[in-house]
Ligand binder design. Structure first.
Ligand code: ADP
Length: 248
């Protein structure tokens, strides 16, 4: 049972790949409006966890609930996306030859009015979604520029904008600041905090100072299980975390 205010609830989830257990009896509870960082060594199961949340990988055992009504086990990846879970992978997949505006409009496939209006005058709904998204990702001045001309950081923000066009409730970000300059990382932290105002976020990252800026709660995974949970300071002081992850 779960009450109002829970965005994501995983209970005793295990994922087996043949004889290898990538997630081991994992239970996770994320509140609405929370920004949760997931950290842990390579092979800890972070990607598998994100894959389970989006339906890309099915739990061998256990259950996953999104909000109060959605049991993700009985939903296709498309239904899960439509229910409001959006994911940005580490590598940007923007269409380089299309403009920033075209990329954003193409990213809203579920809303036919937006898609149909691509080659004609935008209807007010589409214009609204576009304006809001451009303001959030601060790429307004590039709206008619091909995405291929953007910097690495700007492409990442465009891709977050493409996610926003789908109006997700829960946003999953896979190493959002990998390869970014310090200034881009700082801007991404601001963006995450802005998104947190009306979204729940789950962020997989290695950059500790970035995590320190954005996150209240951190979950440390190791060998498919939760090693520690708490503030970054708390988990960094945890003996198991020091031994199995931080290695000092
Ligand atoms: P992380 O993202 O924390 O680095 P992963 O979730 O990618 O960890 O991987 C966890 C473990 O599961 C790794 O040891 C990986 O080799 C294994 N694994 C992931 N996907 C598969 C798969 N499709 N088949 C077999 N093993 C897998």
């Amino acid at each position: 049972d779960f009450s109002k205010g829970i965005a994501l609830y995983m209970e005793d989830v295990s994922v087996w790949f043949d004889k290898f257990r990538a997630l081991n009896n994992l239970s996770l509870y994320i509140k609405e409006g929370e920004l949760r960082c997931i950290i842990g060594p390579n092979g800890a199961g972070k990607t598998t966890l994100m894959d389970v949340i989006t339906g890309k990988t099915r739990p061998t055992e256990g259950s996953v609930y999104f909000g109060q009504t959605h049991n993700l086990a009985s939903m296709t990846t498309e239904q899960i996306a439509e229910a409001g879970i959006g994911r940005k992978f580490q590598k940007p997949t923007v269409f380089e030859n299309f403009t920033v505006m075209e990329n954003l409009l193409l990213a809203a496939p579920k809303d036919k009015r937006v898609k149909k209006s691509l080659f004609s005058k935008l209807n007010p709904d589409a214009q609204n979604a576009l304006d809001q998204t451009l303001a959030t990702i601060r790429l307004g001045e590039f709206v008619n520029k091909p995405a291929g001309l953007l910097s690495h950081g700007q492409k990442q923000w465009l891709e977050i904008g493409m996610l926003l066009m789908q109006r997700p409730k829960l946003i999953l970000l896979d190493e959002p600041v990998a390869g970014m300059t310090d200034a881009e990382t700082e801007r991404t932290a601001e963006l995450c905090l802005e998104l947190k105002k009306d979204h729940t976020l789950v962020v997989v990252e290695h950059d500790m100072s970035f995590i320190d800026t954005i996150s209240e709660q951190v979950t440390v995974l190791a060998q498919g299980a939760i090693l520690a949970e708490g503030t970054l300071a708390e988990v960094q002081a945890n003996d198991d975390v020091i031994e199995k992850y931080l290695g000092r």
